[in-house]
Design a protein around this ligand. Structure first.
Ligand code: F6P
Length: 344
């Protein structure tokens, strides 16, 4: 069997460990692994592939990013796209395909399985941790450790200068990374997209802490609604004008004004996706990589290598499409007493 493998969407630590694991499991069964470059783009007309050899993967378990490259290409964007994928599948002489990605990349895999019965298996990956049906996504643990350390480090300078900070954390649809990094890094207020907030309570918390001579670290997820004060400022198309720098700066604008103090901004951004994978990500990415090959061997096509209750189990890719796993109310409530942010 020839197995194609691609990585799509935002890169993250742990992808190379997964590719390596796919290669070794496939080798064990006498299968070949073909690397497809730059996600679904590699399965379109201009795409490129290359046979994966042991020399290429043996020492990459600790390397961040993905040596196959990535893209946010969606073959369903044009009517010809899906047909081009089928053509490439034949041209590369593939028998099966492994797609590693988040909702976008996995959603394409689910549609290709649905529409054409393409023999595909998906592996969940995203620092946002928001893929449906799985407790594990490659990269989340590494990004969480990076985010927690960043917030942790800000404490010393914030404390020394009695200076408050807004830390913006990635996560468009779900606040997992902000909530957990905020808890682990000791943020005082945590705002996530799942929970509406009352900005006046944010002001009160900052003011109260300031009076007590304490700094405030406000962790805010990039997917949070901007403060109401700014939502009133709209452009000709009705889009909220956030200031030209982004969400954290929008919060700064209102906090500086209302709290009569100057808060500083730290946007963690793509730094969260960089660096080496944690040991946990290396091990888990290796486990899901290996079992993806087993799924193909057992003809469990159209499935995600989902982790549920600590075990890896097949979960239909079609159930991943267009859905996001958001922070549970239970997790939020259990952790809520740890940050001052009763800002709902
Ligand atoms: O891969 C997930 C993610 O990092 C999100 O947290 C973030 O919203 C998005 O990707 C950023 O994407 P891009 O790098 O394409 O701007």
């Amino acid at each position: 069997m020839n197995i194609g493998i691609l990585t799509g969407g935002g890169d993250c630590p742990g992808l190379n460990a997964a590719i390596r694991s796919v290669y070794y499991r496939a080798k064990e069964y006498g299968y070949k692994t073909i690397g497809i470059f730059h996600g679904w783009k590699g399965m379109l007309n201009e795409g490129r592939s290359e046979k994966i050899t042991e020399e290429k993967v043996e020492n990459i378990f600790d390397l961040g990013g993905t040596f196959l490259g990535s893209s946010r290409t969606n073959p369903y964007k044009t009517p010809e796209g899906p047909k081009e994928v089928l053509k490439k599948f034949k041209e590369y002489k593939l028998d099966a395909l492994i797609a590693i990605g988040g909702e976008d990349t996995l959603g394409v895999a689910g549609k290709l399985y649905n529409d054409f019965k393409l023999p595909v298996v998906g592996i969940p990956k995203t620092i946002d941790h928001d893929v449906m049906g799985t407790e594990y996504t490659i990269g989340f643990d590494s990004a969480l450790n990076t985010g927690a350390e960043a917030i942790d480090r800000l404490h010393t300078t914030a404390k020394s200068h009695e200076q408050s900070f807004i830390v913006e954390v990635m996560g468009r649809h779900a606040g997992w990374l902000t909530l957990r990094a905020g808890i682990a890094g000791g943020a005082h207020i945590i705002l996530i997209p799942e929970k509406p907030y009352d900005i006046r309570k944010v002001f009160e918390t900052i003011n109260k802490r300031k009076k007590e001579g304490k700094h405030t670290l406000l962790a805010v997820s990039e997917g949070v609604e901007p403060p109401k004060q700014l939502q009133e400022k709209k452009d000709d198309f009705g889009h909220v004008i956030l200031t030209n720098r982004g969400l954290a700066y929008a919060f700064k604008e209102v906090i500086d004004k209302e709290c009569k103090t100057e808060v500083r901004v730290m946007v963690l951004g793509h730094m969260l996706r960089g660096g080496k994978p944690t040991a946990y990500d290396r091990v888990m990415a290796s486990r899901v990589g290996s079992i993806a090959v087993d799924f193909l061997k057992e003809k469990k096509f159209g499935m995600l290598t989902a982790v549920q209750g600590g075990e890896i189990t097949p979960f239909p890719l079609t159930e991943v499409i267009g859905k996001y796993k958001t922070v549970s109310d239970q997790e939020y409530r259990l952790l809520q007493s740890l940050f001052e942010g009763d800002v709902l």
